[in-house]
Design a protein around this ligand. Structure first.
Ligand code: TYM
Length: 338
């Protein structure tokens, strides 16, 4: 195996605002798992980002640990990856201040996610929601990450991160690596099962529109079987809005099996949606069963989870400080060592 120091760096994160869904799995976590073998990988739980929407403290703590347990349950090896909680590493918020001083208000107000979130009726539009992408840029740049595996909806935030990094490098000389997103070719945007024209979200989809990785199998099966499709009966992949439901189910199917979309279309030629949904429900249930089992076992072993987190944060902290101290020096802050 290649020397870790010579390896490219990967960072990504998930915010604990709800239960992880198969959208998170297909759009991001499957790549986290694939990339762990050949890169220096850091995967965090973005608990500070979660605070941009009101959270019940006890629940937030539980969801944060549950995501760490799900990271391990989907196959991330704590010996190979730095698994940590964002707030455990000082530097994310510190760098965020510095980068915030370089980021234009105009750039932040163009962020689609901010526009979507702030335009919802009764939205709590706080300053954190607005500066959210600057904290995300800090998460990435704090480790000089080369690649950032994410789903489609985070692409714009990674692009802003690149702009901020270039601005800093231009003003203060070469400091940050310019990161690139890694977005899956299919499944970068898994849609809500009841409303296949909008994204399946952890917290913004209705319960029947999403499938959580740790949902009860009976529920999972029911939700797939009652997913919205059209009045046709052919299982074919089409870009039309009318076929959005079946397209989404085909995307889930191909991502959770080793079968390509044309192979699946062929398998179901002349058969109806009912057969297809029933098979897909079984596939999803079988895929999630071991994840839920492992998650539940780990959640009963908090000592182990804590040891993983301590180790992950300690490794990440060392890497973070190297970059942050350089940044502080470059911008002109007096350093006496810490
Ligand atoms: P979050 O927590 O909303 O989502 C976590 C990851 O899952 C992807 N994703 C999806 N992919 C496909 N289909 C879907 N329906 C779907 N829903 C979510 C997201 O694109 C993401 O990759 N701001 C980030 C968290 C974050 C982060 C970072 C990510 C904080 N700091 C630094 C990368 C690097 C977020 O809210 O993702």
């Amino acid at each position: 195996m290649e020397d870790k120091a010579a390896q490219k760096i990967i960072l990504s994160g998930i915010k604990p605002t709800g239960q992880l869904t198969i959208g998170n799995l297909i759009g991001a976590m499957n790549n986290f798992v694939k990339l762990q073998h050949d890169y220096d990988t850091l995967y965090m739980v973005a608990d500070l980002h979660a605070l941009t929407v009101p959270q019940e403290p006890k629940e937030l703590r539980h969801k944060t640990l549950s995501i760490i347990a799900q990271y391990i349950a989907v196959g991330l090896d704590p010996e190979k990856n730095d698994l940590f909680i964002q707030s455990h590493v000082t530097g994310h918020t510190e760098l965020s201040w510095i980068l915030g001083c370089l980021t234009g208000l105009g750039d932040l107000s163009r962020m689609t996610q901010f526009k979507d979130k702030s335009s919802k009726p009764g939205a709590n539009i706080n300053a954190g929601l607005f500066t959210y992408p600057v904290l995300m840029a800090s998460d990435i740049l704090l480790y000089n990450a080369d690649y950032v595996p994410v789903g489609e909806d985070q692409k714009q935030h990674v692009e802003l991160t690149r702009d901020i990094a270039m601005k800093f490098n231009f003003r203060y000389s070469d400091t940050f690596t310019i990161p690139e997103p890694i977005i899956p070719k299919t499944g970068a945007r898994i849609m809500d099962l009841q409303n296949p024209l909008s994204k399946m979200g952890k917290s913004d989809s209705g319960e029947s529109g999403r499938i959580a990785l740790i949902d009860d199998p009976v529920m999972v099966s029911k939700r797939i079987r009652s997913a919205v499709t059209d009045s046709g009966s052919e299982i074919i992949y089409s870009d039309s809005d009318e076929k959005a439901g079946i397209r989404n189910l085909l995307t889930i199917y191909t991502n959770l099996t080793d079968k390509s979309v044309p192979e699946i279309e062929k398998m179901y030629e002349g058969r109806g949606y009912g057969d297809f949904k029933k098979d897909l429900a079984d596939i999803v249930v079988e895929k999630l069963r071991p994840i839920k089992e492992k998650h539940d076992e780990l959640m009963n072993n908090k000592d182990y989870l804590e040891s993983v987190l301590k180790n992950g944060a300690s490794n990440a902290q060392k890497k973070a400080w190297k970059v942050l101290s350089k940044v502080y020096r470059k911008v002109g802050l007096v350093q006496t060592g810490r």
